[in-house]
Design a binder for this molecule. Sequence first.
Ligand SMILES: *Cc1c(COP(=O)(O)O)cnc(C)c1O
Length: 358
Amino acid sequence: MAHLFIPGPTDVAPEILAAQTHRMIGHRSPACTDLFARIQPRLRRVLQTNHRVFITASSGSGLQEAALRNTVRRRALVCIGGAFGERWFDVAQANGLPADRLDVDWGRPHDPQQVADALRRHAYDAVALVHNETSTGVENPVAAIAEAVRQASPETLILVDAVSSAGGVDIQTDNWGLDVLLTSSQKCFALPPGLAFAAVSDRALQQATRVPHRGWYFDFLLLERYQQQNNTPATPAISLLFALDAQLDRILIEGLPARFARHARMAHLTEAWALERMALLAPEGFRSKTVTAVVHDRRLDVAALIAHLASRDMAIASGYGSLREMTFRIGHMGEIQPADVELLLGAIDGYLAGQPAR
Ligand SMILES: *Cc1c(COP(=O)(O)O)cnc(C)c1O
């Protein structure tokens, strides 16, 4: 039974947790290179890419840093419509990388035309954006944005944070021409936190050769050199790789179309429930399939609701940042089933029914 209806970490299946108890192996041993070699093709399938997928012992934010440091020589454009767009910008600034912001109001998607216009005004090495803005429950039209970027500025690389959607939502990394597609283990992949994955295009690697001071730990060229040998420059998170090995089977046995459809179904259930009782932050057509931000009547005591659900062993998330007072968020990603979502929504209804009538 699912208990984490937060947008990560998500529940991990008991047999996947158990896979981590495999006895330890040396990271330069044939057993470890076999493990890496076994993982790579299936990870590429899940991320819909023929490019290399780097696996790092970090959370997804580490690969945001990697993506910017490896591709930005002069300037980046950062699309911001929520907390994780802000993170892209913070990472650029913290690394001393010049970056311009392209803001939309929180709760709104980015407009491909607006991104293209920004690219025509200035030259950018890369544009960074978030596919599924977890703070607002907005899914950005990444395919259309990528197309607009190509038209306006063919050399500009496209860096996509898909931390809360990859593995649960159809993201056609290669078909859409995404240069870096990064995600974390603890969201739709339903693994413990601690691994991050990045599909990296040949164009992005070529750009890295022109960028000095890429850092060491997340240097794409160094990672690539070791990846060719099914290895990593530093010790990988071996126990988590055993879990990933098992979970990739689980994901591919369900099948990607079925997995994507299950996430969409859970989103529709949650949206329909919310629209009958409250409102949704994201506009129709741009609603996340993995996390729903519900706009509530301000008299709803979200802390009390969260405590009520906690007593039933269920967790949802409060609103994020400036949306804290007016929204709460329901995560429906990973291994959660529609029946779990129905139980959760029933429990929220139970709480609402116990509140004094307005
Ligand atoms: C959770 C999340 C992050 C942060 O990921 P970490 O794995 O915690 O570093 C970044 N972007 C989005 C969209 C997220 O949902």
